[in-house]
Design a binder for this molecule. Structure first.
Ligand SMILES: Cc1cc2nc3c(=O)[nH]c(=O)nc-3n(C[C@H](O)[C@H](O)[C@H](O)COP(=O)(O)OP(=O)(O)OC[C@H]3O[C@@H](n4cnc5c(N)ncnc54)[C@H](O)[C@@H]3O)c2cc1C
Length: 348
């Protein structure tokens, strides 16, 4: 079923809770609904406004007061078992289901694979686009394939996980020719019947304690760790990590180490991870060392217990104000450490 709402407040459409209105929000359930939307003449105005698939808006920043396009939101939350063998179960999950609800159900059924992603806001559809990750696990680890509706060709498409070029917070859906063209309708995931605890990241093992094969204890530990450092969704406006962790070449890394040392900071305290392209750095550490932790400008601020998170302090910040704070941080980190930060959050 298609339901269209006009002039909807943006506050409830993104976790950053900035103001203004969206011209149209189109709620849909199935690929057939999307076909009707893009082919039938009665929807021509909506089509002309421009279609943008969204989930819960937990990775979006509306930077203008009003959004003039049409936001496409999947209202369907079905979970359907496709098959089962000795080791695993295959499910098709509708794009509109909350990722955390899926994780909750998996943990209650003792099905392994997504427990480390507990409490990441957003929908299953977006998780497959974003390749969300936390505590050493990425959503791609369980994705078998993704069903989509192609807005341009008005047809269904299926992509195997191998075709999706998954990377760090990245997939085929985030790139030019497919971005905002492929609407994810459902995701096929494989979950393990056997315990596969992954507890090596940070202090997860310590927080879980002794019962390491208890999936619910792992979920509880992840929830506790996240609640200690992140703002609560719906209470404080945020979009999670605002910037990506920068990846730099080995040569560039040497230059950064010199900048850090020149500022009187012990470079051995800088978190560094070896990756294929060179070194992955911690954006949170750089922002902290540049002196931004807890800083506020107007109604926008840097979250004190996690400087990678920018917040709408009192619910009064505009998108432009938050974007302004983000560019000040980028400029300063570049000046001080010669590192270019890139937003992980999408500006609309
Ligand atoms: C407090 C907080 C903590 C967070 N922690 C993490 C974390 O630990 N790890 C992490 O990876 N992320 C994290 N995030 C970011 C965010 O939760 C993810 O990016 C999430 O996947 C966004 O889901 P969403 O449904 O809100 O999508 P939206 O923000 O609405 O959209 C995100 C992108 O996906 C596209 N999209 C959404 N639905 C569809 C669809 N059906 N078809 C095609 N494209 C679609 C949108 O066009 C957009 O480009 C956090 C965010 C918050 C607010």
């Amino acid at each position: 079923m298609i339901e269209i709402k006009e002039n909807v407040s943006l506050t409830g459409l993104s976790t950053m809770m900035t103001g203004g209105n969206a011209r149209y929000v189109v709620y849909w359930d199935t690929a057939e609904d999307l076909k009707i939307l893009v082919t039938e003449p009665q929807y021509v105005d909506i089509l002309a406004a421009g279609l943008k698939p969204v989930g819960e808006g937990s990775n979006l920043l509306f930077i203008t007061d009003d959004y003039r396009g049409a936001l496409l939101k999947c209202a369907c939350e079905n979970v359907c078992k496709i098959s089962e063998d000795e080791e695993s179960v295959l499910f098709e999950v509708s794009a509109g289901l909350s990722l955390d609800e899926l994780i909750n159900r998996c943990c209650n059924s003792n099905l392994w694979g997504v427990e480390n992603l507990s409490l990441i806001p957003g929908t299953v559809g977006a998780a497959a686009v974003q390749n969300v990750g936390a505590y050493g696990v990425e959503f791609k680890d369980v994705v078998v394939g993704v069903n989509c509706f192609d807005i341009e060709d008005a047809c269904r498409r299926y992509f195997d996980a191998e075709e999706l070029n998954y990377g760090y917070r990245d997939s085929l859906f985030k790139h030019e020719s497919y971005k905002d063209r492929m609407v994810v309708t459902s995701v096929v995931v494989r979950l393990s019947k056997y315990p596969i605890p992954r507890l090596t990241y940070g202090n997860l093992a310590e927080t879980v304690g002794t019962d390491k094969d208890n999936i619910c204890k792992i979920r509880d530990a992840v929830v506790r760790l996240r609640n200690n450092k992140l703002p609560e969704v719906g209470i404080v406006g945020s979009a999670g990590s605002f910037f990506k962790n920068p990846i730099v070449s080995d040569k560039h890394f040497e230059e950064i180490v010199n900048c850090v040392t020149d500022r009187g900071i012990d470079a051995s305290t800088m978190p560094v991870y070896d990756v294929l392209e060179g070194k992955k750095l911690s954006a949170a550490w750089l922002i902290d060392k540049a002196g931004w932790k807890g800083v506020t400008i107007g109604h926008a601020g840097v979250w004190p217990s996690q400087p990678l998170v920018l917040v709408n302090i009192d619910g009064q910040a505009s998108g432009a104000e938050i974007a302004g704070l983000a560019s000040e941080i980028c400029r300063d980190v570049k000046d001080k450490f010669s590192v270019t930060l890139e937003p992980e959050v999408e500006y609309l």
